[in-house]
Design a protein around this ligand. Structure first.
Ligand SMILES: NC(=O)c1ccc[n+]([C@@H]2O[C@H](COP(=O)([O-])OP(=O)(O)OC[C@H]3O[C@@H](n4cnc5c(N)ncnc54)[C@H](O)[C@@H]3O)[C@@H](O)[C@H]2O)c1
Length: 317
């Protein structure tokens, strides 16, 4: 059993507590300064220890710590953890600025630590399948990639006006909070972004001024990308389409369906995907991270890759 410390048990931290426990491979402890929230989590889940302060938590021995605090705190908290020689799993986005990232990377290297960033889409079987199509080259080179995504943020995150989301400095707004996901897996599939241009605005969401709509044109070397998100449409839909020289591959997230087509005007060839609810998806991510801790595999998203996404995001901002 690996000893995992979850730092920050708000919305996503609580899910990580539940999903690391669901692996059956981890003992989970938490660090959460909000005492009400801390006692709620300790009542609801069989956590081993709970701390209100990271310094106290880091006096114990951990196999890894998962940083699930607002984005502007990721780097200082991760640095404190790395200084203690503890492996890291950091929520997306890596940060909101470049400050301290070089120091964190140096520390991770000096201490030979594992440091992964929890861009959960890389742990989705649909993205995994698209990646396999890119890697095996069956349709030739990837020429065009489009990602269209939208969902009703107030429906899925009713507290959005009370959290970091309201403030760009804390990682708020659609670019840092939402678009960061497709940007990250776009780079996973097509390679690093080499050029980018974007348009964004606040169009609809009540009670905030940050942007809720973004359009991006990107270049990944020879691959042309086009990415759009909004956070207020009724359908919760995301479609990823990869057009290669000799074939097209598509992942429709909302239908949990992958497919490919090579005949002009033909029909889709479906690729079966496992049925997975959100917790199963995060449990899969947790299992893959535990595999990395057991040195069975490499991180799905490294610090360097998450830094690439941060740089693209900062260019847009
Ligand atoms: N992968 C995903 O799908 C996904 C979904 C939601 C959020 N996130 C990311 O996870 C992070 C947290 O988001 P959230 O929605 O859970 O936020 P949240 O505001 O619900 O929770 C953050 C928690 O961190 C705690 N915290 C703040 N400073 C702390 C510190 N120094 N030490 C310990 N705990 C501290 C807060 O008390 C709070 O409970 C953000 O980076 C966000 O972008 C990822």
């Amino acid at each position: 059993m690996k000893k995992i410390l979850i730092v920050g048990t708000g919305s996503i931290g609580e899910r990580h507590v539940r999903c690391f426990l669901a692996t059956g491979r981890a003992e989970v402890s938490i660090c959460e300064p909000n005492s009400e929230l801390c006692s709620k989590i300790t009542k609801e889940y069989p956590v081993v220890n709970s701390f209100s302060d990271l310094h106290l938590a880091l006096e114990k021995r951990w196999d890894a710590a998962l940083v699930a605090t607002p984005a502007h705190t990721h780097i200082p908290i991760s640095l404190e953890i790395a200084n203690r020689g503890v492996h890291l799993f950091i929520e997306k986005p890596l940060s909101t600025t470049m400050d301290g990232i070089d120091v964190l990377m140096d520390r991770v290297n000096e201490k030979s630590l594992i440091a992964a960033v929890a861009y959960v889409w890389r742990a989705h079987p649909g993205i995994e399948w698209l990646k396999s199509v890119v890697l095996d080259g069956r349709f030739g080179d990837l020429k065009q990639q489009t990602i269209t995504s939208g969902q009703h943020f107030p429906f899925y995150r009713p507290a959005y006006r009370e959290i970091y989301y309201t403030d760009r400095e804390k990682g708020g707004g659609a670019i840092q909070d939402c678009l960061t996901h497709p940007l990250n897996f776009a780079e996973y599939l097509a390679g690093p972004i080499t050029k980018i241009v974007a348009d964004s605005d606040h169009q609809v969401l009540d009670g905030v001024t940050v942007e809720d709509t973004v359009h991006v044109l990107a270049r990944h070397g020879e691959t042309m990308g086009c990415y759009s998100v909004n956070q207020y449409q009724a359908p919760n839909e995301t479609t990823v389409t990869l057009v290669f020289e000799r074939g097209t591959a598509r992942f429709e997230v909302h239908e949990n369906r992958c497919g490919w087509m090579t005949e002009p005007g033909g029909t889709w060839n479906d690729v079966p995907l496992p049925e997975m609810d959100r917790d199963e998806w995060f449990t899969r991510q947790a299992n893959l991270f535990l595999d990395v801790l057991e040195r069975k595999s490499e991180p799905l998203c490294t610090l360097e890759e998450a830094l690439g996404t941060l740089i693209a995001t900062l260019k847009i901002l």
